[in-house]
Design a protein around this ligand. Structure first.
Ligand code: GTP
Length: 368
């Protein structure tokens, strides 16, 4: 397999920050409540995940156990027997540094939002990881100057980040401030913004010039899907041509919105929304202002709901295949598009779902 289709992604953060929980929910379809029973990751757990278009995700879940870890507090006695005084985090940064950090496509670093050491020792570990990442993946001279010209970080505080760090400029870094459900809702925005500013400042002072994208996440809501959808989209080389195909489909079908999901994880791969009038004759302004009012997190909410529904179906041994919803205002069909994807087509008004199903059937050869 070529190195281009195989992408190494590191999942790091201190022990108990929630790395394995995320992995279990996204890639193994576990329920959030079941993550309470997960054991600690011993050293590194490596999983190979087949993704869209022959892409293979090489996910390294790097156990964060250190000597001060909170395993006893969390009552994970079995873990203590296994881990003893091993400091996995230290070992990733020293003896195993070249094995862990070399040829990395992306680093996803998880911070526990409720950690009392968030901006002290937790950040220090993160900065050490950035340094190891830079040392093991030195950028080429041309790309490092372009990163500097970009002003480095493109963090945007609320999860809609567009990275200034393309992978030619070194590994892409995603920073997740996790367990945000434990932070009062009215403080979540300011906590993330303050954290982002502080960590970015420290990273710059430490000489890190690459980009970082910050997201607030929780396993208890769709924010997890939002962040991971961006991570996945970042790994896919052919995203722009896929979008062109979706745009074309949107035009031909007269739909209001089309969303493409990865089949196993139900992460959003791409989406297109109508902002100009369709042939059916709505006013352009009306279409644009309607789209503006839609819930910004609707795709991730759908990911979460469909994943839960699929799980329910598998429990009663009735495999999920497709879903149609028709109301007075909208008609929507979610169906398989290719062996690796599901497509959601949403059209305005009450129309026959069979019409949308036919459109999907006709589109399949173009996405095969
Ligand atoms: P190591 O394997 O030791 O490195 O830990 P880890 O980072 O993999 O942590 P793990 O996924 O095992 O999660 C530790 C605990 O945090 C579990 O009890 C999870 O249920 C809990 N947890 C994970 N994510 C969240 C979250 O978003 N919110 C809350 N409240 N708890 C979470």
């Amino acid at each position: 397999m070529s190195s281009k289709s195989r992408k190494k992604v590191l999942l790091m953060g201190k022990s108990g920050s929630g790395k394995t929980s995320m992995r279990a929910i996204i890639f193994k379809s576990q329920l959030a409540a079941d993550t309470r029973r997960l054991g600690a990751t011993i050293d590194v757990e490596n999983s190979q995940i087949k993704f869209l278009g022959g892409l293979r995700l090489d996910l390294w879940d790097c156990g964060g156990q250190d000597c001060r870890s909170s395993h006893t507090e969390r009552g994970r006695n079995s873990r203590l027997t296994l881990c003893g005084r091993i400091a996995f985090m230290d070992s990733h940064l020293t003896a195993q540094s070249s094995t862990v950090f070399r040829s990395v496509h992306s680093l996803i670093y998880i911070f526990d939002a409720e950690s009392p050491e968030l901006l002290t020792s937790d950040t220090v570990y993160f900065l050490k990881c950035l340094r190891a990442l830079r040392d093991q993946n030195p950028p080429s001279s041309s790309s490092s100057s372009s990163a500097a010209n970009n002003g480095g970080a493109s963090a945007n505080g609320n999860g809609n980040g567009s990275s200034s760090a393309s992978n030619d400029e070194g590994p892409t870094v995603f920073v997740l401030l996790h367990k945000m459900d434990l932070v009062p809702v009215d403080q979540q925005g300011s906590k993330l913004a303050e954290f982002e500013n502080e960590v970015t400042k420290k990273a710059r002072e430490g000489g890190y010039k690459g980009g970082m994208q910050f997201y607030g996440t929780s396993i208890w809501n769709e924010t997890l899907y939002k962040a991971w959808s961006v991570v996945m989209a970042n790994l896919m080389p052919s995203l722009s041509s896929l979008r062109t195909h979706l745009d074309h489909f949107l035009d031909l079908s007269g739909a209001s919105e089309i969303v493409l999901f990865e089949r196993t994880t139900f992460l959003v791969i791409s989406s297109v929304t109508r902002t100009t009038p369709s042939a059916s004759g709505e006013e352009g302004d009306e279409v644009a202002s309607e789209a503006k009012d839609w819930d910004e997190r609707r795709f991730e909410r759908i990911s979460t709901m469909v994943k839960a529904f699929k799980l329910g179906c598998s429990k009663i041994r009735s495999p999920f295949s497709s879903l149609s919803v028709s109301t007075r205002h909208y008609t929507a069909v979610l169906d398989a598009l290719s062996p690796e994807t599901y497509i959601l087509v949403v059209a305005k008004g009450h129309i026959q779902t069979a019409a949308l199903e036919l459109n999907i059937r006709l589109a399949r050869p173009h996405f095969a």
